[in-house]
Ligand binder design. Structure first.
Ligand code: FUL
Length: 460
């Protein structure tokens, strides 16, 4: 009896641990598919030209003249973004919704005579345009009188509850790491354990962003770049959010032996600042700069959160919108035609239809130790520039090392044109310019285990 009891405890513990052994949860798998979404920094700073408001800004400053969340959504959609995350509250404490737990909100502003709610308008627009929605709720609050006292944790939970119960399903929730002093000169000791519980209860499918997750991790920089070697796993033991976060290297690359799946999200602004400043109108990133970011974020298996701050009108500025449209056109031009559609894909004599059916949920098992090599063969030589591989997501990252060769018809031999390490959700390899061949092959040189499951191979 006792043995059975011990055995079941052991089983429970092992199964419990398995859920923690570095594989994405169902919610994280859905999150990975979001790939690219926009960040909206908007609030009093938009009107004062600051990046970090002090919290003493008058509510009367907040008065966008043409605020139009549908314009934001139309632009996001046309840019190929799948959603939006807005600063419901930044460090200055101003709430873009009429919170019952603050007196520093849209309700106290002249916008719509205090009857407006930016978040309600945005959630309606997102629903209409088929986009997902997320909120940034800064724990640091330079306005709230209770900041720096235990009561502020109640305030934070209450505002979080408003956000998580009023505006429909959220796909992500953002906990920024900044923790400065409040209006009374005190710093807050955040009750993150409690915040996590509330989030898990109210929005169990929302992925929570922070330096240590639990849903996804900061990548250690604000340039929109993640390491070419990018493990979805992270070790959080001993680390806290903010100043006590994991070292840069861990955030940038993940931890190969990390226990928990906490994948990277790359956040970056299309302008030098996070908030709109007129003097930055000519400093919007070019489509080529955005493409560089894309290849080094999405192309390395991370999600990309690109900030496009609305201006004082409450509109996305023409220059930002133009850059986004050209960036989308560039992606269509680069990745519009997957050449694998007209190719034979095999490992040895075995055809591998699941590797190029466009469905990441179907995968082929490869025995890399037995030398399984994927070959992609065309009837005619092709101009080749990018190869993208995807592992079967429910199993996390397993490949550790692979190379790409092309058949060199003149030299009658294979020639290596690319090599990399992790794959996970995605890995895009840029081949040398003017690569031309009728055959490429992918050789797996290392993995965590003898069998790996690949979901897709794409060639552009
Ligand atoms: C940082 C904040 O301090 C910045 O103002 C901005 O919101 C950025 C995304 O996160 O930590």
């Amino acid at each position: 009896m006792r043995q059975i009891f011990t055995l079941s405890i052991l089983l429970l513990v092992t199964c419990g641990l398995r859920a923690q052994t570095g594989r994405p949860t169902a919610a994280q798998q859905v999150w990975h598919e979001r790939e690219f979404y926009l960040f909206l920094h908007f609030g009093p700073n938009t009107f004062t030209d600051k990046e970090w408001g002090h919290g003493d800004e008058s509510e009367s400053l907040f008065n966008p003249t043409q605020l139009d969340c549908e314009q934001w959504c139309r632009i996001a959609k046309a840019a190929g973004a799948r959603g939006l995350i807005i600063t419901a509250k930044h460090h200055d404490g101003f709430c873009l919704w009429p919170s019952a737990y603050s007196t520093h909100t849209v309700r106290e502003s002249p916008w719509k005579n205090g009857k407006g709610d930016v978040l309600a308008e945005l959630s309606a627009a997102c629903r209409k345009h088929g986009l997902v929605l997320g909120f940034y709720l800064s724990p640091w609050d330079r306005n709230h009188p209770q900041y720096g006292t235990p009561e502020y944790n109640d305030v934070y939970v209450n505002t979080m509850t408003e956000l998580m119960t009023r505006y429909g399903k959220l796909f992500e929730f953002w906990w920024d790491g900044a923790n400065g002093e409040g209006p009374n000169g005190k710093r807050q000791v955040y009750d993150f354990k409690r915040f996590e519980k509330v989030a898990a209860k109210l929005q169990p499918k929302a992925v929570i962003f922070s330096d240590i997750g639990p849903g996804c991790r900061w990548v250690g920089n604000e340039n929109g770049l993640v390491g070419e070697t990018n493990w979805g796993t992270l070790d959080t033991a001993g680390f806290t959010r903010g100043a006590g976060g994991p070292p840069y290297d861990s955030l940038f690359h993940g931890n190969f032996n990390g226990k928990t799946w906490i994948p990277a999200e790359c956040d970056v602004s299309i302008r030098p600042g996070w908030f709109y400043h007129k003097e930055e109108d000519e400093k919007v990133k070019t489509p080529e700069q955005l493409m560089h970011i894309w290849l080094n974020s999405v192309g390395h298996g991370a999600n990309l959160l690109l900030n496009v701050p609305p201006d004082r009108r409450g509109l996305i500025h023409e220059n930002d919108s133009a850059a986004l449209m050209q960036f989308a056109a560039l992606r269509r031009q680069y990745f519009g035609k997957n050449l694998v559609a007209d190719a034979q894909v095999q490992t040895g004599p075995r055809k591998q239809p699941k590797l190029h059916d466009g469905k990441p949920e179907t995968a082929s098992e490869l025995l890399w130790k037995k030398g399984d090599v994927i070959t992609v063969q065309w009837k005619q030589p092709q101009q080749l520039r990018y190869v993208q591989l995807k592992e079967y997501l429910p199993e996390g990252n397993n490949v550790t090392n692979f190379v790409i060769d092309i058949w060199d018809a003149e030299a009658k031999t294979y020639r290596q044109v690319g090599a990399s390490t992790s794959i996970g959700p995605r890995k895009m390899i840029t081949l040398p310019e003017n690569t031309r061949s009728d055959q490429i092959r992918v050789r797996l040189l290392g993995a965590r285990r003898a069998k790996v499951r690949l979901a897709e191979i794409e060639v552009f």
